[in-house]
Ligand binder design. Sequence first.
Ligand code: ZN
Length: 157
Amino acid sequence: MEMQQALQSLMNVEENRVCADCQNEQLRVTHVSVNNSAFICSPCAELHAQDLTPLISLVRPLNSDFWSHEQISTLRAGGGNREFSMFMSKYELATPKVELNRKYNSVSCQYWRDKLHQIQNGLIPQTEMPTKMQGVVQMDRDVEGDWCLVDKSSVMV
Ligand SMILES: [Zn+2]
């Protein structure tokens, strides 16, 4: 119940009622990308499921009855669409024109996810924000299949 209340209070935030991706006010927000703390509509949720791995975007329907403490605290660490879009707009990746792949596979978005993960684990993020140039770089898979930066020299520890 406590989880549901925490989720409900996030869903009541005005910015979380308009999809973080397409920003189409005619579409209802039905899903959330948990690890990005981004509230999205059904069509965008489908695109996430199709084009992005769960490591990049873990999508859940908002009407689900089961939420883990970890998921809810990740959502709260991010704060939702306002904070997410404010961060991504620093890299000009927040507007609906930006392809989802480009937005979510970017170094800046990975930094955002790492930051939420750290906050959720009670850590204070120590790494510096990527610069505007670093932030728009796309991540690629390394030999082990993990996501990594294309340019290893800008790896943030
Ligand atoms: Zn949408």
